[in-house]
Design a binder for this molecule. Structure first.
Ligand SMILES: Cc1cc2nc3c(=O)[nH]c(=O)nc-3n(C[C@H](O)[C@H](O)[C@H](O)COP(=O)(O)OP(=O)(O)OC[C@H]3O[C@@H](n4cnc5c(N)ncnc54)[C@H](O)[C@@H]3O)c2cc1C
Length: 421
């Protein structure tokens, strides 16, 4: 390829496409390079995207984007060995404006990348970027096989295990900082999904599972309702999985046979299985001379326990990267100092604010008591409150009884929870 591009974007996930779309609309000559056969071919995700960031970029995107269902029902299931307790939250205000949608990446990513192409960006697929070009410690382009392409600035949007951020020495891979996500897509008829999750036509649910379902390994399970399938999976901390010597596929198999889950997926056909890492606690430097890092590549993911957010963070950071490039181009200055404006933008926006708010969440969520002691406690308490077998105690007395000997520990954990999630 001999053409010179103003900007090269590595990766056409949500971060790359958001940057490419924004830059193409600003009339820059943009090249987006994707190693998959098509955008989304290699991407994995639980299945729910919070709408806020994309709605700012493409107002009411859901009217044209291939979204699956608008999530209006949120469920949290706490499981002990023999019991489970489900909170079922339904909110009219989650409908309009929509808070989140379930999506399938194999449909969503091509749509989003195509929006960038329609706006004027060039997309090449099936090409892996192997390295960055350098001159006087400044990134000057990319190397893909025998091709070398020069540019003013590269945006690394190449996902969790970013080769570009590593090559630029902005990030080191450390397994302790990553979670492992595994997911199956299970086909079911539309009506069956709506009946099982108590949904009106076209509406969706997100159900999270915590406790016994991950075999005491910190993490949790999820089910998201698509139009005619369910996204069913587990997110767990990799180092704990290695420590306990458990095979990852065993966990997902057991999750599916868990009575609560089995009922929801019964009769379904597994269409797809995939696994991917999530940079929950990993963080990279976000810029250097001639290079910006967006989305998962920069570790821009937040897991607060109740919300796992990578898509909206990726989109917002892609847009911020584009705005930074626009400002740098006006000054014709792509130095590290000029590109530091990117971090300023992310701090003003929710991306780095939320990263800071939840910076201790990952450490807190690795507390094994959250997956053993507390689910057991909640289920035990409700067991005692509902069982009628002889004289009954008041609810508060039952609470004291069930928490006997654990109260100090519980208070300590509660304080930690207040500071981290
Ligand atoms: C199981 C699981 C469940 C999740 N659930 C949710 C959820 O419910 N909600 C949510 O918001 N987030 C969720 N996430 C996180 C979310 O998927 C990511 O945060 C999001 O995809 C990040 O987008 P990105 O564009 O930064 O990276 P990616 O989506 O990973 O895109 C990177 C792109 O770069 C390409 N690429 C990589 N290397 C190269 C290279 N060298 N050359 C060319 N191309 C390259 C890849 O093929 C890919 O297309 C989940 C993740 C997992 C694994």
């Amino acid at each position: 390829m001999s053409e010179k591009f103003d900007i090269i974007i590595v990766g056409s996930g949500p971060a790359g496409s958001a940057a490419a779309y924004s830059l193409a609309k600003m009339r820059f000559n943009v090249l987006m390079v994707e190693r998959g056969k098509y955008p989304g071919a290699k991407n994995v995700m639980g299945g729910r995207m919070y709408a806020y960031a994309l709605n700012r970029l493409i107002p009411q995107f859901w009217k044209e984007a291939p979204v699956e269902r608008k999530v209006v029902r949120e469920k949290l299931t706490i499981q002990s060995e023999k019991a489970s307790f489900t909170l079922d939250f339904m909110d009219e205000e989650l409908r309009e404006p929509p808070n989140s949608f379930t999506i399938l990446r194999a449909r969503f990513d091509p749509w989003f990348a195509n929006k960038a192409v329609e706006a004027g960006a060039t997309l090449v697929t099936g090409i892996r970027v192997d390295d960055l070009m350098w001159e006087n410690k400044k990134v000057t382009g990319i190397i893909a096989g025998t091709d070398k392409i020069e540019t003013n600035v590269v945006i690394a949007a190449d996902g969790a295990v970013s080769l570009m951020a590593e090559k630029a020495r902005l990030k080191k891979f450390d397994v302790k900082l990553f979670a492992l996500g595994m997911k199956e897509i299970i086909e079911l008829p539309e009506k069956t999904i709506e009946e099982r999750f108590n949904l009106a036509s076209g509406e969706g649910a997100a159900q999270l599972f915590v406790g016994n379902c991950t075999k005491e390994i910190p993490g949790g399970g999820f089910i998201y309702t698509n139009k005619t399938s369910l996204s069913v999976g587990i997110v767990i901390y990799i180092d704990k999985l290695i420590e306990k010597k458990i095979e990852s596929h065993e966990i997902i198999r057991e999750f599916n046979t868990n009575p609560e889950v089995a009922r929801l997926i019964e009769g379904g056909k597994i269409l797809e299985y995939s696994a991917h890492v999530i940079p929950e606690a990993s963080r990279s430097e976000l810029f250097t001379d001639g290079l910006l890092v967006a989305g998962d590549a920069g570790g821009l993911v937040v897991n607060s326990g109740l919300t796992l957010r990578g898509m909206d963070m990726a989109i917002a950071s892609g847009v911020a990267a584009a705005e930074t490039v626009k400002r740098a181009a006006e000054k014709n200055d792509f130095s590290k100092e000029s590109l530091s404006y990117y971090e300023e933008l992310l701090k003003r926006d929710f991306v780095l604010q939320d990263k800071k708010t939840f910076e201790k969440a990952s450490e807190f969520l690795q507390n094994e008591r959250l997956y053993t002691l507390y689910p057991e406690f909640v289920c035990r308490l409700f067991h005692r409150l509902t069982l009628v077998k002889g004289p009954k105690k008041r609810a508060f007395d039952e609470l004291l009884e069930v928490s006997k000997g654990k109260r100090i520990q519980m208070c300590v954990d509660m304080l930690k929870a207040m500071r981290s999630i």
